[in-house]
Write a protein that binds this ligand. Sequence first.
Ligand code: NDP
Ligand code: OXD
Length: 308
Amino acid sequence: MINVQFAALPERWATYEAPLRAAFAEAGLEVDLRLDHAPADVDYVVYAPNSNLQDFTPYTRCKAVLSLWAGVEKIVGNQTLTMPLCRMVDPGLTAGMVEWVTGHVLRYHLDIDRTIHTQDRWAPVVPPLAEERPVTVLGLGALGQACAQMLATLGFPVTGWSRSEKSIDGITCRHGDAGLRDALAMAQIVVLLLPDTPATENTLNRDTLALLPKGARIINPGRGPLIDDDALLAALDRGQIGHATLDVFRVEPLPMVHRYWTHPNVTVTPHIAAETRPLTAARVIAENIRRGEADDVFLHQVDRRLGY
Ligand code: NDP
Ligand code: OXD
């Protein structure tokens, strides 16, 4: 019997229990899934970083902590978490992010707000085709790559930026510090899908925002610290940035006094770009437990040195 502890907000148990049990059965795993195993008996922890479990010291035989979240910045530095940590890469979450990003890119591309606001007048403005609208995606991981590919399929010229060198069909790939300048130089729309690490903090700052063509639009479903907020607000005020759609913030919920709420050229969404979907995520968890039991390498194991 494999002992699995579910450690997330208590209200999540009702959503995840049945999909996890079904996925374990489907994978042929005999699992005792509970909220309350004795820590020393636990083989795997299914984990959300906002759960009460923060001290992993008593989890002496735990083979892996399997995160339900894609972003691991809240736990990657936890010194008591010495066992392998796997982040969530879930087809359902990826599909949600592709839809959210594509929707917001199309909102900008088609100038949907302006069209709606002028609908009392017959004033046709023909939008350009996607092929005339360069888009840059910062981050070419599970989510960035899927979004970049969907945008390229729609006809946008897409440039992607990552830490390591990549080659992806239909995407102009840039990497490293030097590649960022190229990736931003032509971008009319920038999507941020980087993890929050010391190396990615303030990727968009006063200097890099100035590299963008005037009026460029920013979409951030990545993490708040990727953007220097004061620099973005200043760039919005002087029109260097035309509009920003922000889903994630340094402090969440975004404090009501924050200027983002009232800035006319900012859209705030409450960290809803993409949710982990229990049915598909449960299969990913089951597959990692199967791998752990077979002494195979885990999927999506976090590199603590890199922080993602
Ligand atoms: P991945 O780890 O799969 O991809 C991260 C990408 O960022 C990789 O391409 C990586 O490069 C690149 N990267 C990391 N560090 C740097 C750096 N210093 N310079 C340049 N590129 C860098 O993550 P996901 O795609 O799964 O997720 C991305 C983020 O999306 C998550 O970390 C999370 O913060 C956020 N997220 C937000 C959600 C929401 O609802 N708003 C939902 C889910 C996730 P390389 O390929 O070379 O390693
Ligand atoms: C995640 C998120 O990291 O929802 O999974 O932001």
